[in-house]
Design a protein around this ligand. Sequence first.
Ligand code: LLP
Length: 416
Amino acid sequence: MDEFHYRGGVLHCEDVPLHEIARGAGTPAYVYSYAALERAYREVEEAFSGLDHLVCFAVKANGNLAVLRALASLGAGADIVSGGELYRAMRAGFDPKKVVFAGVGKTEQELKAGLGERILMFNVESAGELEHLERLAHLHGKRARVALRINPGVDPGTHEHISTGNVESKFGIPADEALSLAERAKGFRCVDLIGVHQHIGSQIVKVAPYVESVERSAALVDELRSRGFDIRYLNIGGGLGIRYRDEETPSPAELVEAIRPTLAASGAKILCEMGRYIAGPAGALLTGVLYRKRSGERSFIVADAGMNDLIRPSLYGAYHEVLPLDEGADQTRADLVGPVCESGDFLARDRDLPDAREGDVLAVMNAGAYGFSMASNYNSRPRPAEVLVREDRWAVVREREHYPDLIRGELVPAFL
Ligand code: LLP
C-alpha cells in the first residue's frame, strides 16, 4: 500500500489527512510516513536475507533525528559523511558498531571523532587519509578499521552530478592504486584493513552497473585476501533509484538477486548504504499556494516553498509529482514556482498541475530524501517544519525556523 493515498477524496499520510497537518504545522512542511520508512527499510533488509549483511541508512538523505531514531530502532546501521552526521547518528541512538564513515574530505577532527566512537569502519578515499588515520589512531591509542573505497570505473547511467563511480570522479581510489595502498597499510600499526567499499552513484535504475562494479570489488576482495589481508566486509554502497515519474526501477530483491552469486562467493559480510530508496518515497513537501499569475503564454502557481526548501528540481532538473490535497482537481499547464528571487526557483516547470487557487495546499511527492537535508536559508527564509506520521498520530519532529534562527551566531563587531 502507498502510505500517501486518497481516502474519501482527501490525500492522507497513513491515517492522517494532510489538511490537518497543513493547518496544524503550517506550510511549507515536510511530512514523513513512519510506515513507509519501515516498509522500505525492511524491503532492503529482506532482499539480502541468506547473506550475512547490514543495511546502513545514508544519513545525508534525511538526517532528522526522529527519522534516524526510527531506522536505528529497526536495526539499521548508518552511513555518515561528516562529523555532523556522526553527531546526529549518535544522538539518534545508532550503534557505533553499525556506523560506516565515507567522504573524500574527512578532517582530522572528524577522523578523531570516529575513532573516539569506535565506529565500525572508515571508508578511506585516499592515501593521505589513510596516513592521517594511522597517525591519529596511534596517538590516541585506538585501532582504525578501514575499507578502501575503490573507484570501479563504471558508469551508473545517472545524472552527472550524482554519478560517483566513473574514472574521472573525485571519489574513491583508482582500482589500479588500491593494491599498492593496501601494501603500504601493511606497515601501519594501528590500521586494520578489513573491507572493500564502492558507491557508484545515486538514483540508479539499472542493475547492470551494480553487477559490473560488484564483480570488480569482489575481485579486489579476493586479491587482497591472497595477499594476506583479512578482508571481512564488502560494501556495495547505496544508489538504488526510485520512481519519481515513470522510471522502471529494479526492486531491492531484483538488485540483490543479480549480484547474489558474487556476494555469496565473496564470503564477506555485505554492507549497503541506501538513502533515497528508504527515505525518498516516505516524504512529501506540503506547500501553500500564494498567488496565481500569468506572464505571456506562461501560467504560474506561486507557492510558499521554493528552491531553498527543495532544491532538486532547480539543481538537477528533477521531477517530483505534485498532488492536490483534494482528489479530482482540474489540471492546468503551469509552472509551480517559489518566492525565491531566482528564475531557477521552481518545483515543477511547464507541467500539467492541479489547478490550485490561492490558499490551496499542494503536496510535492517523493521528497523524503535530499529534501530537507539540502534545504538552506537562502533569501533569509526560515527552513520548514518537519512532521512524522505514524498511523493516526503525527508530531512535529523539527520546528519551523524563526527569524532569530536566521541570525544565530552572527556578530556585529565593535569597529562598526
Ligand atoms: N553512500 C555514499 C558513499 C554516497 O555518496 C551516497 C550518496 C549514498 C551512499 C546514498 O545514496 P542513495 O542511496 O541515497 O542514492 N543530492 C542528490 C543525491 C546525492 C547522493 C550523494 N551520495 C539528489 O538529490 O539526487
